[in-house]
Design a protein around this ligand. Sequence first.
Ligand code: GLU
Length: 422
Amino acid sequence: MENFYQDVLKRIERASKVLNLPEQIKNVILNPQRIVQLSLVLKRDNGDLEVFQAYRVQHNDAYGPFKGGIRFHVNTDLNEVKALAILMTLKNSVVNLPYGGAKGGISVDPRSLSEAELERLSRAYVNGIYSIIGSKKDIPAPDVNTNSQVMAWMADQYSLLSNNYVPESFTGKPTNFGGSFGRDIATSFGGIVVLEEFLKTVDNFGKTQSELKVAIQGVGNAGSNAARILAKKGYRVVAISDSRGGIYNANGLKIKSILNEYEEKKSRDKSITIMDTKFECEKITNQQLLELDVEVLIPAALENQISQKNASEIKAMVILELANGPVTFDAEEKLLAKNITLLPGILVNAGGVVGSYFEWVQNNSGDKWSKAEVLEKIEDRMKESFADLYQVKNKLNTDYHTAAFVSSINKVKEIMSLRGRI
Ligand code: GLU
């Protein structure tokens, strides 16, 4: 993922120019404070031994403990995790959380492991990073292909190793093991708040909700919940996909029934795809989905999905980055030239970590809030953050992406300076 990492650096470079940031300070901000790489040995159920590469990159903790998810993906490598760790630092400062940024990952295809193997690998990962994580040091959370069950194993392993009940060492846990109500839908819920603030204050393209066509790439936690929320609110979700392909219906998909069927089948057979649904729709590729004639496009899967190769084919008016880094730097310039609005992931998908923050606050206070309370708090935080970003964008007369990088880098610089680190 060399290019993804380079793209993050280019975006920092662009923002640094706006800020007139001295080279030395930029260098300090660019470099992660700590990088841990592990070779995790997994004994497979049949007795075979397999080694997996794993990482935890702690980018910057000037604002507070490091914070960021852990992903399980075959293509995960050090550059990807470094890029994502930097984005976490910036994301946390965009939504004013008292956290720094980190990211972790294991280079593995979790679909190739049994449940028991997945648990052993998750626990092995915690054994490897035990000494550098903790509620006041670094608080991991779910990311691509990890969920509340994985967090439960990890938080349990951490508690066993420390001989202490410390659910606050991880967020995104099950609700009966210190998890917060609403955390499961927090990423998509927060993203939809941002979309609606944009539609309300900037441009709704002269359309009502049912006329606004939405295409969603990804049917993981972020994509599926975004589809559900949008469909419930009356938007016309015309397409959704998983890693192998998608489904399309110009009149709008029956999201609730489709996802219920898909998730029910998937719980029994991991090889099921969204294209196996029995509802009336056309099968499309992921490329076709991205190029659909819609008002709103939501990339909610992986990075680098919209690149030089397909940027000129994009027809959406607004792209809501629910994934981390789905649009490459070069593509971004092309989209801006076509007047397509790109709402940046470091704001759009921050609802997840905002939800994590409220989980951590509840764990630390021993309190338990209702789902409605949590969602209201996330909504307020996302609205405030959008308003702040909109103001910076207008003041600097620039695009949302540049504005988000400029203001977050500036905040990190200020706290680093206040603490005497630069
Ligand atoms: N993995 C999510 C992200 O990329 C959530 C991180 C967290 O909750 O710490 O923002």
